[in-house]
Design a protein around this ligand. Structure first.
Ligand code: G
Ligand code: G
Ligand code: MN
Ligand code: NA
Length: 253
């Protein structure tokens, strides 16, 4: 309960921040996007999103917090555009199932992007398979968001039960292969083959960008060179505060 009460006041106390992790096109040596990742630093010390996101989801606090994340992302994009610090790339934002299904989600997001005067194609919404339990309803929401110009990614792909069914029934812009398929650093032969099945299965999906997450070693990058994939992981960069991002992007490029 204590954590919940603190989290309830985190927005007004300005304890939330976004860090940004680069996404890299290894064939062109370019940063082609970043993922915004929430950080909470209350007075009693740093709390991992793995601990507070579930509380936010259970209590419904994820709705105002998610709204803050979207607003802050738009504000940051506008600041980057004004300062011309680096070529503007799309920013991926994680959206929880509860937020995605909340009343007025679409109206709110359209309003936020409109107010910030941001090109909607610069925002990518990352949702997980758990959002899609009601396939028909989700498909309509996703279609409306895409018609508005937003990009939609299916996150943590490969951890659910109906992955292939899902991507054959819903149009996504990006598919993010979950880091658990890489976790064992390619030592686990089963994981390699699952990853390769996913990569082979999606190889000819011309309209979908494939991102592989959780890349930590050069060996992993070398295996992935055979595929047309975007890479994300600590090997290239951990999630960084905005003031360190420009330098990292220069270094990678
Ligand atoms: O950045 P890190 O690996 O610590 O994130 C842990 C988990 O928290 C991940 O599953 C990530 O998707 C989730 N997460 C991080 N930022 C956000 C956010 O802004 N909104 C939601 N809903 N989840 C987030
Ligand atoms: O669930 P989601 O894919 O949104 O989670 C992203 C999380 O993965 C972020 O919290 C980020 O900190 C973490 N992450 C990013 N790169 C790596 C990596 O190379 N290894 C590991 N273990 N975690 C990573
Ligand atoms: Mn994500
Ligand atoms: Na993921």
């Amino acid at each position: 309960v204590k954590l919940e009460n603190s989290l309830r006041r985190a927005i007004e106390k300005q304890e939330l921040k976004l860090h940004y992790q680069p996404l890299i096109d290894i064939h062109r040596g370019k940063v082609v996007g970043v993922e915004a990742l929430l950080r909470w630093n209350p007075s009693f010390g740093f709390v991992s999103p793995c601990d507070f996101i579930p509380i936010a989801e259970e209590t419904g606090l994820i709705v105002p917090i998610g709204e803050w994340v979207l607003k802050e992302t738009c504000r940051q994009i506008r600041e980057w555009q004004n300062k011309e610090v680096f070529p503007i790339v799309p920013v991926a934002v994680n959206v929880s199932a509860r937020q995605f299904k909340s009343a007025n989600f679409i109206e709110n997001i359209k309003q936020i992007i409109h107010d910030a005067n941001i090109d909607p194609t610069l925002i990518q919404i990352e949702i997980t398979e758990s959002v899609m339990l009601d396939l028909e309803e989700s498909r309509e929401l996703i279609q409306e968001l895409r018609e508005f110009g937003l990009k939609i990614a299916i996150d943590d792909f490969g951890t659910g039960y109906s992955s292939l069914h899902l991507i054959s029934n819903v149009q996504f812009d990006t598919l993010k292969v979950d880091k658990s398929l890489l976790d064992k650093g390619f030592q686990n032969k089963n994981n390699i083959s699952i990853l390769k099945v996913v990569l082979e299965a999606t190889k000819h999906s011309n309209h979908m960008t494939i991102v592989v997450e959780g890349i930590e070693t050069k060996e992993q990058v070398d295996v992935l060179r055979a595929y047309n994939v975007i890479c994300q992981g600590f090997y290239f960069s951990k999630p960084l505060p905005p003031d360190q991002l420009a330098e990292k992007i220069k270094e990678i490029t």
